[in-house]
Design a protein around this ligand. Structure first.
Ligand SMILES: [Zn+2]
Ligand SMILES: [Zn+2]
Length: 285
């Protein structure tokens, strides 16, 4: 079984009730954080986890909303890990990730210096190991296998999605993308597909061109559902809602997805949790 927790269901637009894009995946003894938008640490704490409990951090792309709290994750893991010689935080992302991590460590350079000077048992900067991929197997350890594939969020490029497999269960995280072959292949037959979505019908009505621009590189609810249907996934999990649904509006979002996808559709507030069992893709709702 794989446990999916939507830690942050928001977007770049600040929302009092939604953290930025971030999803927690628990598979066996391993814990993966996929993207780390604003407020991720509060949501990690609420989900009973923390930066010091992460097996690896996976980044779908380097848009600010998806990496806003990268520095907080790195620093907090560093100062809340009390074992000597802690394992480096594994960070897996598209090309460019190493630059962003290096710049983040530089931005926190003063802080890192203060803490090393103050605590005798902190003898070096945060240990991180960055791995950049555009496709292929990115993780294979202790019964969890993770494959990456290119997505299409142009002009943001390269961007990747992840497929996490454990004990017969599988979950695909699309990140931000329009429908594309890379995602279709990655999602084929998966137990669940976590897909970011925006409502073009509502966003197109906003009289601000900069806001309307976002329609051209994000999937609509129906497009995400269509991808899920084509791939034959068991559960479609919607996140990264634009505009943010008000209370009671999730039925509208689910209904739009249901016009093209007739299996289980999940959406909800931050901390919404979905259990993905082995073989779920072959069962009807
Ligand atoms: Zn993006
Ligand atoms: Zn985004």
């Amino acid at each position: 079984m794989i446990e999916v927790t939507l830690l942050g269901t928001g977007s770049p637009i600040p929302d009092p009730d939604r953290a930025g894009p971030s999803t927690l995946i628990r598979a066996g003894e391993q814990t993966f954080l996929v993207d780390c938008g604003r407020g991720v640490q509060q949501r990690l704490a609420a989900a009973g986890s923390g930066a010091n409990a992460l097996t690896a951090l996976l980044l779908t792309h380097l848009h600010s909303d998806h990496i806003a709290d990268l520095g907080d994750v790195i620093i907090t893991r560093w100062i809340t890990t009390f074992t000597p010689d802690p394992a480096p935080l594994q960070i897996i992302g598209p090309p460019g990730t190493a630059d962003v991590v290096a710049a983040t460590l530089k931005a926190f350079g003063h802080d890192i210096g203060y803490r090393i000077a103050h605590h005798a048992d902190l003898t070096g900067p945060p240990a991180v190991e960055v791995h950049e991929y555009t496709e292929g197997v990115v993780w294979d350890a202790d019964g969890v296998r993770i494959v990456a594939a290119p997505t299409d969020h142009r002009p943001v490029a390269p961007t990747i999605g992840f497929r996490i497999e454990h004990d017969g269960a599988s979950v695909v995280l699309a990140g931000d993308t329009v429908p594309c072959e890379g995602l279709d292949t990655l999602a084929a037959g998966a137990g669940a597909l976590v897909h970011t979505v925006i409502r073009h019908d509502l966003v197109e009505a906003i009289p601000l061109q900069r806001i309307r621009d976002i329609c051209d590189y994000h999937s609509t609810v129906e497009q995400a559902a269509d991808t899920a249907a084509r791939a034959g996934v068991g559960i479609l999990i919607l996140t990264h809602y634009v505009p943010s649904p008000a209370r009671g509006q999730y039925d509208d979002w689910r209904a739009l997805a249901a016009t093209v996808f007739d299996r289980q559709i999940e959406c909800g507030d931050d901390l919404h949790r979905v259990l993905v069992h082995p073989g779920v893709c072959s069962t009807s709702p």
